[in-house]
Design a protein around this ligand. Structure first.
Ligand SMILES: [Zn+2]
Length: 343
């Protein structure tokens, strides 16, 4: 190798050994091997040399190229080993720095209220029941004493599920009441149960109507169950939700599955003289309730000579809206994080 080449090689080796990173090493390597770089320059000069010198010059350039290639490979390996050593010994990692904060989610306001109510009712000896969201027509309507020609069965109000002819018809349950029917088939009286869940109505949606919303059904069956038990339970419920005693009143209401049936109103928890929540009346329509209709008990195989019961249907979505002052029911299921992050 000519002395000019030996100097070049020594120069490259010095720079390789002082390179502190793979990036620096790569830039030196490009200088040697790229088009227009050191080696390419040497080979380009070969054709212009005297014919007697060409073979020797070409060979020398190639020797230098191979030597540099071997040296660069060794330098790359050395830097990789050094990086590995640094990592093993802790290197740049500082264990005393605080970890990056994970973003925590929160429970949906509906879930929060549902869980609170479940805790409250469980503490009063209730079981929490679940039922299917696709329900037999029989459980959703017939067993609840809802007549065949009742407008609630209309396709304008109810989502019917396509079922083959001859098979029992299915609906997206329009209330959580069918869980009453299922409960009576499985539980031996006396029993107390609540059934929270989603229900579905064929609605034109607006600020107070949504096709999917949440209810919580309550059912108590036992000996000597009366309207007094119902009122006491509702007062406890409201006390639990609003943290203080709230006056209630019953108005007669008609629902096919209760007799007598009532609308339970609660004294508006937000005002004394009337506000937008109570539409200036100081009373809020809270839930339909009543003593379970004997026909419904009988359909559930319960001895009506011995047992009676009460039932109520609490609008969970409505309650959540009341508690948080939410003005549009559609916010609840829209999945908008700007809304949900507030809870
Ligand atoms: Zn009010």
């Amino acid at each position: 190798m000519q002395s000019e080449h030996a100097d070049l090689l020594a120069g490259y080796r010095a720079r390789m050994s002082s390179a502190a990173s793979q990036e620096v090493l790569r830039s030196i390597e490009r200088e040697a091997f790229d088009k227009g770089g050191t080696i390419a320059g040497m080979l380009a000069k070969v054709p212009s040399l005297e014919p007697s010198e060409r073979a020797g010059a070409g060979r020398a350039a190639n020797e230098l190229k191979r030597a540099l290639e071997a040296d660069f490979a060794a330098a790359r390996e050395r830097l990789a080993q050094a990086a590995l050593e640094r990592e093993r010994s802790g290197g740049d990692f500082d264990a005393t720095l605080p970890a990056p904060k994970a973003r925590r989610g929160s429970l949906h306001p509906l879930t929060q209220v549902q869980r609170e109510l479940e805790d409250l009712f469980t503490s009063m000896g209730y079981e929490v029941l679940d039922g299917p969201e696709i329900e037999l027509e029989r459980n959703n309507f017939d067993a609840l004493n809802i007549a065949k020609d009742h407008p609630a069965r209309d396709a304008m109000d109810t989502f019917w599920v396509k079922t083959p002819p001859g098979q029992e018809r299915l609906v997206l349950r329009t209330h959580t009441s069918p869980v009453q029917v299922r409960a009576m088939a499985h539980l031996k009286p006396p029993f107390r149960a609540i059934a929270p869940g989603k229900v579905f109505r064929q609605e034109t949606t607006d600020a107070s109507h949504e096709h999917t919303f949440h209810q919580m059904e309550g059912l108590v069956v036992g000996e000597g169950i009366s309207v007094g038990n119902l009122i006491g339970t509702m007062q406890t419920l409201l006390q639990g939700i609003f943290g203080r005693a709230i006056e209630v009143r019953l108005r007669p209401g008609y629902f096919p599955f209760v007799e007598p049936g009532f609308e339970l109103d609660a004294r508006c928890p937000f005002c004394k003289q009337g506000c937008s929540v109570c539409k200036r009346s100081t009373w809020i329509e809270l839930l339909p309730c009543g003593l379970v209709h004997p026909r419904v008990l009988e359909a559930g195989g319960i001895d009506i000579e011995r047992y009676s019961g009460f039932a109520f249907g609490l609008g969970l979505s409505r309650l959540v809206m009341m508690r948080h002052g939410i003005e549009d029911v559609r916010h609840l299921l829209a999945g908008d994080l700007r809304f949900l992050e507030q809870f």
